[in-house]
Design a protein around this ligand. Sequence first.
Ligand SMILES: Cc1cc2nc3c(=O)[nH]c(=O)nc-3n(C[C@H](O)[C@H](O)[C@H](O)COP(=O)(O)OP(=O)(O)OC[C@H]3O[C@@H](n4cnc5c(N)ncnc54)[C@H](O)[C@@H]3O)c2cc1C
Length: 395
Amino acid sequence: MTVLDAEVIVLGAGVAGTAAAHVLTRAGKRVHVVHASAGATSLWNGLVDGLTGDVSAEEKELLGVLGLTFARPRPRVINMFGMPRTAVAHDSAILDLEACRPKLIVVPTLPRPSWDGRAVSAMLETYAKGDFDVRTVAAPKLLSPGELSAPDGTVALGLDDEARFTAFSAELESLMERWRNTATALLLPPWLGVSLARAPRLADTLALSVGEVSCGLAGAAGMRFAVRRDLHFAKLGVTVTRGRCSAVSAAESGISLELSDGTSLRGTALVVASGGFVSGAMEMPRSPAVSDVPVAQRSVPSLSFQAPFLRAGSGGSEVRANGSVFGTTPEDLIHTMRSPSLLDALGILTGERGSPLGAEGLRVTVAGDAVADAPRTFGAALRSGIRAAQALLQR
Ligand SMILES: Cc1cc2nc3c(=O)[nH]c(=O)nc-3n(C[C@H](O)[C@H](O)[C@H](O)COP(=O)(O)OP(=O)(O)OC[C@H]3O[C@@H](n4cnc5c(N)ncnc54)[C@H](O)[C@@H]3O)c2cc1C
């Protein structure tokens, strides 16, 4: 059995865990991050909401480290369907209408199920209300036949390759020839590189503003986040274990984490930034396969790892079994009379400053989507990661 020792353990490497690890390491702590595979941040669309009020210098620094542009006036970005909307910050590859103030936007069309350039252009024009014009350009050879059916993230990854990017850029140059003196912006799907920032290079080559629409599910934004997070962890000296935590135990003397491969981790403090249903930290356990199960035994949503001092719930109390005889039904999680729905609100019950409810004496704090009733936004998760780390430092 492997046993690792760390000063502070951070469970989860989405934006909340990353922010916590950043603050703790900067304060001189030896931090070890444990994370499984993807969470909400990996699936996210590249737009930051939820940083309400003043944005601190540390929050701005973290946004920058993660390759996100924070600007005033608020960025106005365009989603996959051509609808503009504002955000607090955005993946820097995304086109900001406020920053470039376009006069004429060109949108490519090509035979690809996930990109309807004509619909994007029509929708954008509807919302432009005379601020700018939109034109489409047929770009049947912009992607290779293999790329045409590949996910957006795969196309973006392909454009990290210099030879592929050079060919892509040359094709765009030839397509934009007829717009040379009139177009002021080029709007593309979310393809502009993962490790390498391709939008500024294209903007230089084409002499206009170039950017993406925001991502669909599991696109380039989450991949870029992971690349930048890992670079930042390496720079800070944060150590990382990839693996699924199966149990956490805590006592006055310290914290222990057990991973499903048998690895054990010991630390003096813990930040739980394990996300919600999307990351697999919350689950609906399998119900007993018998009818007429007593209420006390009906399955309810719970944490997917054992942690006796953490209580899952919402609105200050644990979830009770309702719905079918087997427990909470999925419909009950989604179509509730509550806003946000139970699915969005379920998490770890916390009290003051992210401390787990009922276990305030422990050196443990909870952050991000893992917190019950917290807004499920990138900005709120980043802020709560910072605050959870600061709260630990003050104990
Ligand atoms: C499709 C989509 C679109 C979104 N759009 C927006 C938007 O427009 N604007 C906005 O502001 N926000 C948006 N969000 C929400 C935002 O992305 C999330 O609120 C935020 O990223 C949550 O970050 P987190 O760090 O709290 O959790 P997560 O990113 O879910 O991270 C959880 C981490 O915990 C780890 N983990 C979980 N369980 C275990 C375990 N047992 N063992 C080890 N590791 C574990 C996971 O591997 C992961 O690293 C969107 C989210 C999604 C999914």
